[in-house]
Design a protein around this ligand. Structure first.
Ligand code: GUN
Length: 294
């Protein structure tokens, strides 16, 4: 039985940060500019709090500017839109991120559209999603962009392969399928997108040379779903309650132990896709800053 390789997002993200250092230094020397991110979080969803904290910590570690705007759960859509408008016109912030999901009484699409596309470092604005779809991306959503970097770093070329994406969200699945099917190097895959309406999921997953799992169902994908030699990208970050001090353990959408020796390689949870989402957010914010000055 051949061993399954670990695709460490931690290793790839460290390389991204090293590569960004020169660009950050140039911005400081040439324009006295420090990339700045405004992170907006509404409500107190514990997982979202952790994600935003991890993002802002990284900005501070890179000596970049980051501020978190915390709004209570009962914030009205009007108040949130007003906050975004203020951030849109504040030159200190080159990037604006509104952490999702938002409370149910707020229309996410309206909020995303309110972010000026030039500061939409998440790449969720319809203008930016449209540019990506047309093959001329401005900001690419961070998680799928990070996954493409993992593949490239480990010399896994999707060209001519069958990539199967599980999930159709605007955050991961949909942009992922677009990125994997582009006519360019380290892409060019035949791409299938599966979702909650897919009949007989295994028919598709068993054909996957590259399987991207972004379903949000803890450890659903086991050995019965995959083909021998498949590359598995596990996007899931699920909290499963246990008796540990924290009260939970993080698991992916893939049953990591079950696919050992069958998969060619797999991203671990944690330490796989998660660190890359943050690295791409930093990269997009540096790019947004460069766009202001160059
Ligand atoms: N919720 C889950 N992933 C993301 C992300 O990449 N950006 C934002 N803003 N919210 C998220």
């Amino acid at each position: 039985m051949s061993e399954t390789n670990i695709l460490s997002g931690k290793v790839v993200s460290d390389a991204v940060y090293t590569a960004l250092e020169n660009r950050i230094t140039s911005l400081a020397h040439q324009y006295s500019a420090v990339p700045g991110l405004a992170a907006v979080i509404v409500g107190d969803d514990p997982a979202s709090q952790v994600y935003v904290r991890n993002k802002t910590r990284r900005f501070l570690k890179m000596n970049l500017h980051s501020e978190t705007i915390r709004l209570p759960e009962e914030t009205s859509q009007k108040e949130l839109l007003s906050t975004i408008r203020t951030l849109n016109s504040d030159p200190v912030f080159h990037g604006i991120l509104v952490q999702l999901p938002l409370p149910k009484h707020i229309d996410t699409d309206v909020v995303i559209k309110a972010i000026t596309p030039e500061k939409d470092v998440d790449g969720f604005h319809p203008e930016n999603l449209g540019q990506l779809t047309a093959g001329n991306p401005r900001f690419t959503p961070c998680t799928p962009k990070g996954i493409m970097r993992i593949l490239e770093h480990f010399h896994i070329d999707p060209s001519g392969k069958h990539a199967v994406v599980l999930g159709r969200s605007n955050i991961v699945g949909r942009p992922m399928s677009i990125l994997l099917s582009q006519k360019q190097s380290y892409s060019n895959a035949t791409t299938t997108i599966c979702h909650s309406g897919t009949t007989d999921l295994r028919t598709f997953t068993k054909q996957a040379d590259i399987l991207v799992a972004a379903l949000g169902v803890p450890e659903m994908i086991d050995d019965t779903y995959i083909k021998k030699g498949a590359v598995i990208i596990d996007v899931g970050i699920n909290r499963v309650k246990d008796s540990s001090e924290k009260g939970y353990t993080l698991v992916g959408d893939v049953n990591y132990d079950a696919v050992q020796g069958i998969a060619h390689s797999i991203t671990p949870v944690p330490g796989g896709v998660g660190p890359m989402t943050i690295a791409m957010l930093v990269e997009n914010t540096v790019e947004a800053t460069e766009n202001v000055y160059t």
